[in-house]
Design a protein around this ligand. Sequence first.
Ligand SMILES: [Zn+2]
Length: 113
Amino acid sequence: MAPERKEFDLYTFVAGVALETGRPFALECNCGGVVTIMPPFQDEYVICPRCESKIKMLVIEGDPGYVIGADPDGTPRLLPVQGSSKPHPDKLPPGERDVILARIREQLAVKGR
Ligand SMILES: [Zn+2]
């Protein structure tokens, strides 16, 4: 990949439903700082009041509790979606999380051929 100018410090996923309720919600930065998002939300990014990171919000339609991402080594992992009413992926029962991750690995294995 060609190097790009760094436009944002962080990316976070936000449930579309959180922006549709018209109620403010708290967006958590990786540093633990919290940005309160006040609707109507029009900007595509927010600034963390604590570490001043520029956080780009990637809105995921609906109310998913997580999206599928990967570590740099390709290990699949579940990334939390903020503002969702679903539990944080870290709070899923370990059995359930393992099942999801196993399914992803299977899909990746199929795709890789
Ligand atoms: Zn921060």
